[in-house]
Design a protein around this ligand. Structure first.
Ligand code: F6P
Length: 538
């Protein structure tokens, strides 16, 4: 049997055995469990001990990672090799957050000088906007930014702004992603065109939603300020010619490169709106946090490598125990957009059923991710997490020190994070519930009815990630942690994590349907689709 197949078989066997034992029992059996399954990296503290794996199972998972070539794949990624084979490109997002003077190469070509030059241009632009040196068409300083983009051109910057924005920002930064005109209409309420910069972010500069919104925003500016308002347009794109053709002044077009995947691009000029509104220093600290995670990912042995261990914990559940869902619950309101960000990162990267060489994937790939901020999620979907018929592993992110507000409320938040992880793992046995109900003097028939409903099975795993504070560095490190864990999973599954062919078909059909909604000839459709189009055009 090839080494990789043997490693998969060993993982499956380990997971089968794990089904029949209690996680809590492993702490007695394994005196080193906490230290082996706790890892510190780039200011983050991971606890993977509330997981169904034993330390021997972890070793089996590490053997699988080695058999799948994780170390060589990591080195190839960081060396700028063509890891995105279907599109013939590297995926060199670590180059974007390296300190100035680094020496990254994408497919053999040096890129760090371009990265540094763009970063310097961003810094100068951000300073000019913040200081009011660069003014609008009516000589007023800019006090608002409308950031237009979708997917990778939206989710990262939106998460960063929500996580780090001052309580009373000097720049009013608003985001528009959806082609639903309601979002733009809401975003424009109260904005003064004379003081608003419109930053359009699109890697391709062809995305229907983004161009529709950019055209509408340009029309809004021109209606108020005339053609001179094009000086309010800024663009970030890997197709800068298209941005210039759109009317964006050349010195306000910021480039990035085709070796940056859209969902890995927030470290480039895609983060410009945040860099302006947060200050360039904060943006650079976020890059530094991510770079620290890159260094850890590059250097740490697999046994203590945080992205690798997180990937293996997720994979043990996903493949070993066939659990296709995962919840992500940051106990920090400022991280409430973390789950939507991870949905694109993980599901667009690894939601695939064939390998990078075109063969079928023998194992389940990306889990479906959902979540919301704790404690809000506790009052929505936690009932199912505790007592539902499916076991859904949970990632909990908690922040030790509150950035603002009442420390007593922060303690309550942390207590909930810790208690939920404990409750999910230890559960509450039926015997204990019965004893309590008997103590209350309930009749036997009522106890028989109630006790199972009040029983918690437990053994619902969590990965617990603790940040000392939520600041630019830890946020950068947290996002980079998940980027690399997603890559590691992709390597083990044999997936190219950097393409997204699955989004194409719907886009193509939408163009055809739009032509029909706009009065064009009816096309060939299945009866259900034809009936829907009929309803919309009648
Ligand atoms: O959802 C498909 C996708 O191509 C994403 O990968 C990308 O982040 C998003 O669309 C936006 O693309 P662009 O930045 O080219 O507008």
């Amino acid at each position: 049997m090839p080494q990789i197949d043997a490693a998969w078989a060993a993982l499956a066997k380990a997971a089968d055995a794990a089904r029949d034992r209690r996680i809590a029992g492993l702490f007695d059996a394994e005196p080193h469990r906490l230290s082996r399954l706790g890892v510190a990296a780039a200011g983050l503290d991971l606890d993977l001990s509330k997981q169904p794996w034993s330390l021997a199972d972890l070793d089996a998972a590490l053997r699988l990672a080695r058999a799948a070539g994780v170390e060589a794949a990591r080195d190839a990624l960081l060396a700028g090799e063509i890891v995105n084979r279907s599109e013939g490109r590297p995926a060199l997002h670590p180059a974007l957050r390296a300190p100035p003077g680094a020496d990254f190469h994408a497919a053999g070509q040096p890129v760090s000088a371009d990265v540094d030059a763009t970063r310097a241009a961003m810094a100068a632009f951000a300073a000019d906007i913040a200081s009011g040196r660069r003014k609008g068409a009516t000589s007023q300083p800019f006090t608002a930014i409308l950031h237009i983009g979708i997917g990778g051109s939206d989710l990262g910057p939106r998460l960063v702004w929500e996580a780090l924005k001052p309580l009373d920002p000097t720049i009013d930064l608003r985001f528009v992603a959806n082609v639903d005109p309601a979002e733009l209409a809401q975003a424009l309420v109260g904005l003064d065109p004379a003081r608003t910069l419109v930053v359009t972010v699109s890697k391709t500069f062809t995305t229907q939603e983004t161009l529709t919104n950019a055209e509408a925003a340009r029309a809004w500016l021109r209606a108020a300020l005339g053609p001179a308002s094009d000086s309010h347009l800024v663009a970030v794109s890997a197709s800068p010619d298209k941005a210039r053709a759109f009317g964006v002044p050349s010195d306000q077009v910021f480039a990035f490169w085709d070796w940056v995947g859209g969902r890995y691009s927030m470290w480039s000029a895609v983060g410009l709106s945040c860099a302006i509104a947060l200050g360039f220093d904060a943006f650079e600290r976020m890059l530094a946090g991510a770079a620290a995670m890159d260094a850890h990912f590059r250097e740490a042995p697999l046994e203590t490598n945080a992205p690798v261990l997180l990937a293996l914990a997720h994979l043990f559940n996903r493949d070993g125990l066939r659990r296709p869902l995962r919840a992500v619950v940051p106990y920090a309101q400022r991280l409430r957009l973390f789950a939507p960000f991870l949905q694109q990162l993980e599901m667009e990267s690894n939601g695939k059923r064939v390998s990078a060489s075109g063969g079928p994937i023998a194992h389940g790939s990306a889990a479906s991710v959902f979540g919301d901020a704790g404690t809000n999620g506790q009052h929505a979907f936690f009932q199912l997490l505790h007592q539902g018929t499916d076991v859904i592993p949970v990632d909990i992110v908690a922040v030790r020190q509150a950035r603002e507000g009442d420390p007593a409320a922060q303690r309550k938040l942390l207590a909930n994070a810790v208690a939920q992880a404990e409750a999910l793992m230890v559960g509450r046995p039926e015997a204990e519930v019965r004893a309590e109900l008997e103590g209350q003097g309930l009749p036997a028939a009522r106890i028989a009815e109630l006790a199972p409903q009040r029983t918690f099975p437990g053994d619902r795993p969590t990965c617990f990630i603790l940040l000392d504070r939520l600041d630019p560095q830890t946020l950068g490190a947290l996002i980079a942690l998940y980027e690399h864990k997603t890559f590691v999973e992709g390597v083990i599954w044999g997936i190219n994590s950097f393409d997204q062919w699955g989004v194409e078909l719907g886009k193509t059909l939408a163009v055809r349907v739009l032509a029909e909604l706009e009065g064009g000839a009816a096309g060939a459709h299945d009866p259900s689709t034809a009936a829907l189009i009929g309803k919309l055009t009648s």
